[in-house]
Design a protein around this ligand. Structure first.
Ligand code: 13P
Ligand code: SF4
Length: 362
């Protein structure tokens, strides 16, 4: 979908005026509007969120908050799509800037996934269960729903993998190889039991034997933000701050997760750091806005990014105060701009895989 240019009058407003108008319009929209915000959003945006969360919490809320007419989603495209799929028909989901995509989600195209599936079905008679990370397009979620698979997020990936293993012999894990590998390893699989499927190579770059022998087929996708952290960053931060505890997101490389003291989804990182005693020191391997916010909100703990390697999610950053104001202004005028509406045939099956995830208890 094409993103229209921001109206001229909004580009000339000062930050203070943008903020003042957004507060005023938000108040006037009242309970007709709910604003959802992912933890990686910048402070000037997330302060307008009625509900803040990681991608799992935000999906849960979208599935249960059936009161608001509009859901303004301060996050990225695949999250807004999921909110649209899980919300009621009469609710409209708005992504303030349609350019807020996700490079990881773009690494798995439906035709590539279909090719992979056909090859896997040809080489093995085993039962394959597909799992897709929330960070994928609605079409991939629908593909997975049709084939008796489920969605997972970083906070429930072990539970969803266990669920899949009760139903099949092999897992096709899309599209984040790191989350898939870290989770499977945590569940006791050896690295030799996993293989990587490269969508740009014949047979994913595997022999038929390798595909038959592996229990977990990992799609070759990654997060361009978390993928920047390296094991040497863990060594460097430990040398700079003796005794510091390192916690990293499971989208980080296997070697980084292994070198860390703990691993956790965005929500788990927040819980660990905020519940730790005052005086503790933390190096956090995740998106920089969350790390800065944790540091500012917990001045009695030492909190540093695992590395200052530019770990900013540029697509999350596209949601800025001007686009938030624009979307709200238009709602007040009775016009919906930047709506995310997943076509019914896709939404129907994507809802199946999303609801399976919501039903799987930890
Ligand atoms: P969670 O919100 O599941 O921690 O995922 C992090 C992320 O990269 C979102 O895009
Ligand atoms: Fe995508 Fe990574 Fe940004 Fe999350 S942090 S939206 S996975 S690029």
């Amino acid at each position: 979908m094409h993103q229209a240019l921001l109206p001229e009058h909004l580009t000339r407003l000062s930050d203070e005026e943008t903020d003042r108008r957004t507060t005023e319009i938000r108040d006037r929209l009242g309970s007709r509007l709910v604003v959802l915000g992912h933890h990686y959003q910048r402070d000037e945006v997330i302060k307008f969120a009625d509900l803040r969360g990681d991608s799992f919490k935000l999906a849960q809320w979208a599935a249960t908050r059936k009161d608001a007419e509009y859901i303004l989603f301060c996050g990225v495209h695949f999250m807004a799509e999921s909110a649209d799929i899980l919300s009621a028909d009469y609710q409209k989901v708005i992504l303030p800037d349609l350019n807020a995509g996700c490079s990881m989600a773009d690494m798995a195209a439906l035709d590539q996934v279909e090719t992979c599936w056909d090859v896997l079905e040809r080489v093995t008679s085993e039962r394959i269960v597909p799992i897709t990370y929330m960070n994928s397009a609605a079409g991939i979620k629908a593909f997975v729903g049709r084939r008796d698979g489920a969605v997972c997020t970083s906070s429930n990936a072990p539970a969803v993998m266990r669920w899949a293993l009760e139903r099949g012999d092999k897992i096709l894990f899309l599209p984040d190889q790191h989350l898939g590998r870290n989770t499977a390893y945590q569940l006791g699989f050896r690295l030799e039991e996993m293989t990587v499927w490269d969508p740009y190579l014949e047979h994913g770059g595997n022999t038929a034997r390798a595909l038959i022998d592996s229990r977990i087929v990992l799609w070759k996708g990654h997060c361009s933000v978390h993928g920047r952290f390296l094991p040497e960053h863990v060594d460097q931060v430990r040398a700079a701050y003796p005794g510091i505890r390192v916690i990293s997101h499971p989208e980080c490389r296997f070697e980084v997760v292994q070198a860390s003291d703990s691993v956790g989804s965005t929500e788990k990182i927040i819980e660990c750091v905020t519940q730790a005693p005052a005086g503790t020191a933390w190096a956090i391997g995740t998106e920089i806005h969350l790390v800065h916010r944790l540091r500012n909100e917990n001045p009695d703990r030492l909190i540093v990014p695992l590395d200052d390697c530019g770990c900013l999610c540029s697509t999350m950053f596209r949601i800025d105060p001007s686009h938030v104001l624009w979307s709200m202004e238009k709602l007040l005028e009775g016009e919906v701009v930047n709506q995310i509406a997943v076509p019914d045939d896709v939404a129907r099956w994507a809802r199946v895989s999303l609801n399976r995830m919501l039903e799987i208890t930890h």
